[in-house]
Design a protein around this ligand. Sequence first.
Ligand code: GSH
Length: 224
Amino acid sequence: MSALRIYGIARTRAFRALWVANELGLDYEHLPIEIGGEGARTAEFLAINPNGRLPFIVDDGFALYESLAITLYLAKKHSAGKLYPGTLESEAKAWQWSFWAIAEVDRGVNIWSLHAVRLPLAERDAALREEALKVVATPFKVLDAAVAKQPYLLGDAFTVADLNVAAVISRAVDMDLTASPHLKAWLVRWLERPAARSALALKDKADRETPAEMTRRIARINRL
Ligand SMILES: N[C@@H](CCC(=O)N[C@@H](CS)C(=O)NCC(=O)O)C(=O)O
Protein backbone atom coordinates (compact mmCIF):
# COMPACT_ATOMS: atom_id res chain seq x y z
CA MET A 1 0.00 0.00 0.00
CA SER A 2 1.30 3.53 -0.80
CA ALA A 3 2.26 5.68 2.17
CA LEU A 4 0.14 8.54 0.77
CA ARG A 5 -3.62 8.24 0.34
CA ILE A 6 -5.58 11.03 -1.38
CA TYR A 7 -9.32 10.96 -0.67
CA GLY A 8 -11.91 12.56 -2.90
CA ILE A 9 -13.37 12.12 -6.35
CA ALA A 10 -11.32 14.19 -8.84
CA ARG A 11 -14.31 16.40 -9.67
CA THR A 12 -13.84 17.99 -6.23
CA ARG A 13 -10.93 20.04 -4.90
CA ALA A 14 -9.12 16.68 -4.68
CA PHE A 15 -7.98 17.64 -8.19
CA ARG A 16 -5.50 20.03 -6.53
CA ALA A 17 -3.95 17.30 -4.40
CA LEU A 18 -3.79 14.91 -7.38
CA TRP A 19 -2.07 17.54 -9.51
CA VAL A 20 0.63 18.28 -6.94
CA ALA A 21 1.21 14.57 -6.23
CA ASN A 22 1.68 13.95 -9.98
CA GLU A 23 3.94 17.00 -10.26
CA LEU A 24 6.12 15.58 -7.47
CA GLY A 25 6.16 12.09 -8.99
CA LEU A 26 4.78 10.57 -5.78
CA ASP A 27 3.58 7.04 -5.37
CA TYR A 28 0.06 7.45 -3.98
CA GLU A 29 -3.27 5.77 -3.74
CA HIS A 30 -6.32 7.72 -4.90
CA LEU A 31 -9.58 6.87 -3.14
CA PRO A 32 -12.26 8.63 -5.21
CA ILE A 33 -14.87 8.85 -2.46
CA GLU A 34 -18.00 10.95 -3.00
CA ILE A 35 -19.25 13.94 -1.07
CA GLY A 36 -22.04 13.55 1.47
CA GLY A 37 -23.66 10.62 3.18
CA GLU A 38 -22.24 7.92 0.91
CA GLY A 39 -18.69 9.18 1.34
CA ALA A 40 -17.08 12.06 3.19
CA ARG A 41 -19.87 12.29 5.78
CA THR A 42 -19.75 8.65 6.90
CA ALA A 43 -18.37 7.97 10.38
CA GLU A 44 -15.26 6.36 8.91
CA PHE A 45 -14.25 9.52 7.04
CA LEU A 46 -15.59 12.05 9.55
CA ALA A 47 -13.04 10.53 11.92
CA ILE A 48 -10.32 11.78 9.54
CA ASN A 49 -11.92 15.05 8.41
CA PRO A 50 -14.65 16.14 10.85
CA ASN A 51 -15.72 18.85 8.36
CA GLY A 52 -17.18 16.13 6.17
CA ARG A 53 -15.63 17.71 3.11
CA LEU A 54 -13.17 16.69 0.39
CA PRO A 55 -10.30 16.41 -0.11
CA PHE A 56 -8.20 15.07 2.71
CA ILE A 57 -5.07 12.97 2.79
CA VAL A 58 -3.43 10.47 5.06
CA ASP A 59 0.33 10.45 4.62
CA ASP A 60 2.03 7.69 6.55
CA GLY A 61 -0.55 8.09 9.32
CA PHE A 62 -0.58 11.91 9.20
CA ALA A 63 -4.05 13.26 8.34
CA LEU A 64 -4.57 16.64 6.69
CA TYR A 65 -7.53 18.49 5.17
CA GLU A 66 -7.90 21.81 3.27
CA SER A 67 -6.84 21.40 -0.34
CA LEU A 68 -4.16 24.09 -0.40
CA ALA A 69 -2.71 23.08 2.97
CA ILE A 70 -2.29 19.67 1.33
CA THR A 71 -0.53 21.02 -1.76
CA LEU A 72 1.77 23.24 0.33
CA TYR A 73 2.60 20.38 2.70
CA LEU A 74 3.38 17.87 -0.05
CA ALA A 75 5.42 20.39 -2.06
CA LYS A 76 7.44 21.41 1.00
CA LYS A 77 7.99 17.80 2.06
CA HIS A 78 9.17 16.57 -1.33
CA SER A 79 10.49 19.58 -3.24
CA ALA A 80 11.72 22.27 -0.86
CA GLY A 81 13.67 24.89 -2.78
CA LYS A 82 12.14 23.80 -6.11
CA LEU A 83 8.37 23.41 -6.44
CA TYR A 84 8.17 24.79 -2.88
CA PRO A 85 9.99 28.15 -2.60
CA GLY A 86 13.30 28.14 -0.82
CA THR A 87 13.40 31.54 0.88
CA LEU A 88 11.30 33.00 3.68
CA GLU A 89 10.04 35.75 1.38
CA SER A 90 9.17 33.51 -1.56
CA GLU A 91 7.47 31.06 0.82
CA ALA A 92 5.39 33.95 2.17
CA LYS A 93 4.49 34.94 -1.40
CA ALA A 94 3.35 31.37 -2.08
CA TRP A 95 1.10 31.62 0.99
CA GLN A 96 -0.08 35.04 -0.14
CA TRP A 97 -1.19 33.75 -3.55
CA SER A 98 -2.71 30.61 -2.06
CA PHE A 99 -4.79 32.48 0.53
CA TRP A 100 -5.67 35.04 -2.15
CA ALA A 101 -6.98 32.30 -4.43
CA ILE A 102 -9.16 30.78 -1.70
CA ALA A 103 -10.45 34.12 -0.43
CA GLU A 104 -10.90 36.03 -3.67
CA VAL A 105 -11.79 33.62 -6.45
CA ASP A 106 -12.50 30.04 -5.30
CA ARG A 107 -16.22 30.47 -4.57
CA GLY A 108 -16.88 32.77 -7.53
CA VAL A 109 -15.32 30.38 -10.05
CA ASN A 110 -17.30 27.48 -8.57
CA ILE A 111 -20.61 29.33 -8.71
CA TRP A 112 -19.90 30.40 -12.27
CA SER A 113 -18.98 26.89 -13.40
CA LEU A 114 -22.13 25.35 -11.88
CA HIS A 115 -24.41 27.95 -13.46
CA ALA A 116 -22.58 28.19 -16.80
CA VAL A 117 -21.48 24.60 -17.44
CA ARG A 118 -22.37 21.89 -14.95
CA LEU A 119 -26.01 22.20 -13.95
CA PRO A 120 -28.65 21.13 -16.50
CA LEU A 121 -29.30 24.07 -18.85
CA ALA A 122 -32.80 24.82 -17.55
CA GLU A 123 -31.59 25.00 -13.94
CA ARG A 124 -28.74 27.46 -14.44
CA ASP A 125 -29.31 30.79 -12.73
CA ALA A 126 -28.17 33.66 -14.95
CA ALA A 127 -28.22 36.16 -12.07
CA LEU A 128 -25.90 34.00 -9.95
CA ARG A 129 -23.65 33.49 -12.95
CA GLU A 130 -23.42 37.22 -13.66
CA GLU A 131 -22.84 38.02 -9.98
CA ALA A 132 -20.01 35.44 -9.87
CA LEU A 133 -18.38 37.07 -12.90
CA LYS A 134 -18.53 40.44 -11.13
CA VAL A 135 -16.97 38.95 -7.99
CA VAL A 136 -13.97 37.53 -9.89
CA ALA A 137 -13.50 40.47 -12.27
CA THR A 138 -11.28 42.58 -9.99
CA PRO A 139 -9.09 39.75 -8.67
CA PHE A 140 -8.71 38.45 -12.24
CA LYS A 141 -7.38 41.90 -13.23
CA VAL A 142 -4.86 41.63 -10.40
CA LEU A 143 -3.70 38.20 -11.55
CA ASP A 144 -3.66 39.28 -15.20
CA ALA A 145 -1.37 42.20 -14.33
CA ALA A 146 0.92 39.99 -12.23
CA VAL A 147 1.46 37.45 -15.01
CA ALA A 148 1.71 40.10 -17.73
CA LYS A 149 5.06 41.12 -16.18
CA GLN A 150 6.57 37.65 -15.76
CA PRO A 151 5.62 34.10 -16.69
CA TYR A 152 5.60 32.80 -13.10
CA LEU A 153 4.03 34.17 -9.94
CA LEU A 154 7.35 33.79 -8.11
CA GLY A 155 10.84 34.19 -9.51
CA ASP A 156 11.84 32.32 -12.64
CA ALA A 157 10.27 28.89 -12.29
CA PHE A 158 6.94 27.13 -11.88
CA THR A 159 6.16 26.76 -8.18
CA VAL A 160 3.35 25.64 -5.92
CA ALA A 161 2.10 29.25 -6.03
CA ASP A 162 1.34 28.87 -9.75
CA LEU A 163 -0.08 25.40 -9.16
CA ASN A 164 -2.39 26.52 -6.35
CA VAL A 165 -3.79 29.55 -8.13
CA ALA A 166 -4.16 27.73 -11.47
CA ALA A 167 -5.82 24.76 -9.75
CA VAL A 168 -8.30 26.98 -7.90
CA ILE A 169 -9.31 28.82 -11.09
CA SER A 170 -8.99 25.81 -13.41
CA ARG A 171 -12.71 25.78 -14.21
CA ALA A 172 -12.40 29.41 -15.39
CA VAL A 173 -10.68 28.05 -18.49
CA ASP A 174 -14.22 27.74 -19.93
CA MET A 175 -14.99 31.44 -19.27
CA ASP A 176 -14.68 34.20 -21.80
CA LEU A 177 -11.29 35.49 -20.62
CA THR A 178 -10.71 38.07 -23.37
CA ALA A 179 -10.49 40.80 -20.71
CA SER A 180 -7.62 38.90 -19.03
CA PRO A 181 -5.43 37.63 -21.90
CA HIS A 182 -2.28 37.18 -19.80
CA LEU A 183 -4.19 35.26 -17.14
CA LYS A 184 -5.68 33.06 -19.85
CA ALA A 185 -2.30 32.23 -21.45
CA TRP A 186 -0.77 31.61 -18.02
CA LEU A 187 -3.64 29.31 -16.97
CA VAL A 188 -3.69 27.31 -20.20
CA ARG A 189 0.09 26.87 -20.02
CA TRP A 190 -0.10 25.28 -16.57
CA LEU A 191 -3.12 23.14 -17.30
CA GLU A 192 -1.13 21.66 -20.18
CA ARG A 193 1.60 20.34 -17.89
CA PRO A 194 1.58 16.52 -17.98
CA ALA A 195 0.94 16.34 -14.22
CA ALA A 196 -2.09 18.61 -14.56
CA ARG A 197 -3.36 16.78 -17.63
CA SER A 198 -3.51 13.43 -15.91
CA ALA A 199 -5.37 14.93 -12.93
CA LEU A 200 -7.65 16.81 -15.37
CA ALA A 201 -8.41 13.59 -17.24
CA LEU A 202 -9.73 12.10 -13.98
CA LYS A 203 -11.63 15.29 -13.21
CA ASP A 204 -13.22 15.42 -16.68
CA LYS A 205 -14.21 11.74 -16.46
CA ALA A 206 -15.76 12.32 -13.02
CA ASP A 207 -17.60 15.41 -14.37
CA ARG A 208 -18.97 13.40 -17.30
CA GLU A 209 -20.10 10.57 -15.05
CA THR A 210 -21.72 12.81 -12.43
CA PRO A 211 -25.52 12.52 -12.65
CA ALA A 212 -27.55 15.75 -12.71
CA GLU A 213 -29.00 14.90 -9.29
CA MET A 214 -25.49 14.90 -7.79
CA THR A 215 -24.68 18.26 -9.42
CA ARG A 216 -27.88 19.66 -7.87
CA ARG A 217 -26.74 18.31 -4.50
CA ILE A 218 -23.32 19.91 -4.93
CA ALA A 219 -25.00 23.27 -5.57
CA ARG A 220 -27.33 22.77 -2.61
CA ILE A 221 -24.82 21.45 -0.04
CA ASN A 222 -22.25 24.10 -0.88
CA ARG A 223 -24.86 26.88 -1.19
CA LEU A 224 -23.64 27.70 -4.70
N1 GSH B 1 -11.74 24.91 1.82
C1 GSH B 1 -11.94 23.52 1.58
C2 GSH B 1 -13.27 23.31 0.86
C3 GSH B 1 -13.64 21.86 0.79
C4 GSH B 1 -14.97 21.67 0.09
O1 GSH B 1 -15.88 22.53 0.15
N2 GSH B 1 -15.10 20.56 -0.60
C5 GSH B 1 -16.33 20.27 -1.31
C6 GSH B 1 -16.00 19.49 -2.58
S1 GSH B 1 -15.01 20.40 -3.71
C7 GSH B 1 -17.17 19.33 -0.48
O2 GSH B 1 -16.67 18.39 0.11
N3 GSH B 1 -18.50 19.57 -0.48
C8 GSH B 1 -19.45 18.68 0.07
C9 GSH B 1 -19.91 18.96 1.46
O3 GSH B 1 -19.55 20.03 2.01
O4 GSH B 1 -20.61 18.11 2.02
C10 GSH B 1 -10.76 22.99 0.74
O5 GSH B 1 -10.19 23.77 -0.02
O6 GSH B 1 -10.40 21.81 0.87
